[in-house]
Design a protein around this ligand. Structure first.
Ligand SMILES: NC(=O)C1=CN([C@@H]2O[C@H](COP(=O)(O)OP(=O)(O)OC[C@H]3O[C@@H](n4cnc5c(N)ncnc54)[C@H](O)[C@@H]3O)[C@@H](O)[C@H]2O)C=CC1
Ligand SMILES: O=C(O)/C=C/C=C(\O)C(=O)O
Length: 491
C-alpha cells in the first residue's frame, strides 16, 4: 500500500498560491513525533523578487491610499474569519510546533484575532501631531504631521509563537497602508499560508500580503532582506540573526524593528505570597516549553524563602504533563526540533560541568513509541550556578531555569541587570513600593510586578541591548510602520 502524499504548502505571491517547484522543497516534520507533516516549497530569489514587486504593485494600485475606515473594516473581517476557522488555525499551529492544544486556543490563535481587532481600533483612533507656533512678528504658523505608509515591509518571524508574532506585525503594517512580504520560519509554515486565504477572503487586494517560504541565510530570508525593493524590516528571532539582518538593511539605510532574545530574570522577595509566586514562576519558566522570548531563565530568590521556592517550583514542574499535544490534558509540548534539543542539551552538559545541582529534570523523557521520535525534553531546574556560568548568561530557550539566592534588594537588582540582554523581568513581592522601585530599575523593555506575560497591546513591547531595537505595540507600531511628513503653514 502506498503512503498518502504529504500536504503541500506553497508560496503566496500577488494574490495566488505560486506553482510549486518540485526541485526546491523542504519537508516539515512534526516536533512531537518526528514524522513528516508537509512538503513546503522553498522560494528562490526570482520568486522573492516577484513577491516584492507584487507588494510594490499593490501599493501603486491604491492600497496605500485606501481610506482608514476601509482598511480597519478589512482587519475586522480578517479577525472574524480567523474566528470562523478557529479550529483549523489551532490544528495547524499545534501540528507545526507541538504546543498544547489548550495553549494554541487560549493564547496563540486568540491573540491573532485580538491583534487584528486591536490594531483596527488603534489606527481608527489615531490622530496627528500639530503645533501652533508663535512667530517673532506676532504671526503664527501651523505645523502638522501626516503619516504615510513605510511602503513594502519585510516581516521575518520565528517558530515559537508563529501566528501570534506574524499577526502582531502584519495587522499594524496593513492597517497603516503598507504591503508586506512575510517569511515564516522554515519550522512553521502553515498558519502564514492559512492567513493568506483569510486575508484574500476579507478583501485584501492582491499583492498586499505575500508569503515566501524557506530558510534564512542563502535562502528566502536572505533574498528578502537584501532586496532593494524592501523599505523596512520587522524581525523577531535570535540576536545573532538580528545582527545579520541589520547588516542586510544597511544599504539604503532601511529602518528595522527588532524583537530579539532574552535572558530574563525573576526576583522573588521574602515578603512574597509563596504560592502565588510559584504559580507565576511555573508559568514564566515553562510556558511553551520555555520557548518564549519573555520566559524566565534566571530566578533570584531571597535567601529566607530560597528552599521553599526551589522545592515548590520543582514540585510544580513535576506536575506538568508532557504528551500528545492534541490532548486537552497536556500542559507541555516538545521543543521545536531535534536541532534545538541538541542546543538545549549542550547547556545541560555545561551546567553539570559548572557544578550545578539538578533539582529536577536534566534529561530527555520517554513518552512511549508514538512520541519517542519527538524533540522532548524534561523541565529542568538548577541550583549552585552563578552569574559567571554560561547557562546563566546565554539564552537557552527551553524549559529551564537557574535559581540563585540573594540577601539584599541592591544585590538582587545588580544580579538581574548583570546581562547583555534587556528584554523582560518579573518582580514578586507583597510590598508595592518595593515592586515599583525595583521594576523601574530593571534595565529591560518590560518589567512585570506579581504577574508575567500580562499584555495590553497598546503598550510598548521590545527590548534593549541584545534584546532588540525599537518598540512595537500601540502607537509604537504606528510610528514604525509609517513615515511622517511635517507640513508647516505660515498663517
Ligand atoms: N524571539 C526569540 O527570542 C527567539 C529566539 N530564538 C533563539 O534563536 C535560536 C535559533 O533559532 P532560529 O530558528 O534559528 O532563529 P532565527 O533567529 O535564526 O530565525 C528566525 C527567523 O529568521 C529567519 N532567518 C534566519 N537567518 C536569516 C537571515 N540571514 N536573513 C533573513 N532571515 C533569516 C529564519 O528563517 C526565521 O524565519 C534558538 O535556539 C533560540 O535561542 C529563536 C526563535 C525566537
Ligand atoms: O507580543 C507578545 O505578546 C509576545 C511576544 C513574544 C515574542 O516576541 C517571542 O517570544 O519572540
Amino acid at each position: 500500500m502506498s503512503a498518502e502524499p504529504l500536504p503541500v504548502i506553497r508560496n503566496f505571491v500577488g494574490g495566488t498560491f505560486a506553482e510549486p517547484d518540485e526541485e526546491r522543497c523542504l519537508t516539515k516534520t512534526a516536533p512531537a513525533t518526528g514524522t513528516p507533516l508537509a512538503q513546503v516549497h522553498e522560494a528562490d530569489r526570482t520568486l522573492v523578487d516577484r513577491a516584492v514587486r507584487s507588494a510594490r504593485g499593490a501599493l501603486a494600485d491604491g492600497w496605500a491610499h485606501t481610506p482608514v475606515r476601509e482598511r480597519t473594516a478589512l482587519l475586522r473581517r480578517a479577525a472574524d474569519l480567523i474566528e470562523q476557522r478557529f479550529e483549523e488555525f489551532v490544528a495547524a499551529e499545534v501540528g507545526d510546533t507541538g504546543k498544547p492544544v489548550t495553549q494554541a486556543r487560549e493564547l496563540d490563535v486568540a491573540r491573532a484575532i485580538a491583534n487584528f481587532r486591536t490594531f483596527a481600533d488603534i489606527v481608527a483612533a489615531a490622530g496627528q501631531d500639530s503645533y501652533l507656533t508663535d512667530l517673532p512678528d506676532g504671526r503664527q504658523a501651523l505645523n502638522y504631521a501626516v503619516r504615510k505608509p513605510l511602503g513594502v515591509v519585510a516581516v521575518i518571524v520565528p517558530w515559537n509563537l508563529p501566528l501570534l508574532l506574524l499577526t502582531w506585525k502584519v495587522a499594524p503594517a496593513l492597517a497603516c497602508g503598507n504591503a508586506v512580504v512575510v517569511k515564516p520560519s522554515e519550522e512553521t509554515p502553515s498558519t502564514a499560508a492559512l492567513l493568506a486565504e483569510v486575508l484574500a477572503d476579507a478583501g485584501l487586494p492582491a499583492g498586499a500580503y505575500n508569503v515566501v517560504h524557506g530558510f534564512g541565510a542563502g535562502s528566502a530570508g536572505e533574498f528578502l532582506v537584501t532586496h532593494p525593493g524592501v523599505d523596512g524590516i520587522t524581525f523577531t528571532g535570535s540576536s545573532a540573526t538580528g545582527t545579520a539582518v541589520m547588516r542586510a538593511a544597511a544599504p539604503g539605510v532601511r529602518p528595522v524593528s527588532f524583537e530579539l532574545g532574552g535572558k530574563n530574570a525573576a526576583i522573588v522577595f521574602d515578603d512574597v505570597d509563596v504560592d502565588e509566586a510559584l504559580d507565576g514562576l511555573c508559568r514564566s519558566v515553562f510556558t511553551n516549553t520555555g520557548q518564549v522570548c519573555l520566559c524566565t531563565e534566571r530566578v533570584y530568590v531571597h535567601r529566607a524563602v530560597f528552599t521553599d521556592i526551589v522545592d515548590g517550583l520543582a514540585e510544580r514542574a513535576g506536575r506538568l504533563r508532557l504528551g500528545d499535544p492534541f490532548s486537552a490534558h497536556t500542559t507541555t509540548g516538545p521543543l521545536i526540533s531535534q536541532e534545538h534539543r541538541r542546543k538545549v542539551l549542550r547547556y545541560f552538559d555545561l551546567a553539570e560541568q559548572a557544578g550545578a545541582k539538578v533539582v529536577t529534570g536534566g534529561g530527555t523523557p520517554h513518552l512511549g513509541p508514538a512520541l519517542d521520535g519527538g524533540a522532548w525534553i524534561e523541565p529542568t531546574l538548577w541550583t549552585g550556578l552563578t552569574n559567571a556560568d554560561r547557562p546563566v548568561r546565554e539564552e537557552i530557550f527551553g524549559p529551564v531555569a537557574a535559581l540563585i539566592p540573594f540577601d539584599t534588594e541592591e544585590e538582587a537588582i545588580a544580579l538581574a541587570n548583570d546581562t547583555d540582554y534587556g528584554l523582560a523581568a518579573a518582580v514578586w513581592t507583597n510590598d508595592l513600593r518595593r515592586g515599583h522601585r525595583v521594576a523601574q530599575r530593571m534595565d529591560v523593555g518590560m518589567a512585570w510586578v506579581n504577574t508575567w506575560f500580562l499584555r495590553d497591546l497598546r503598550s510598548p513591547f521590545g527590548g534593549a541591548g541584545l534584546s532588540g531595537i525599537g518598540r512595537e505595540g500601540g502607537a509604537s507600531s504606528l510610528h514604525f510602520y509609517t513615515e511622517p511628513t511635517n507640513v508647516c503653514v505660515q498663517l
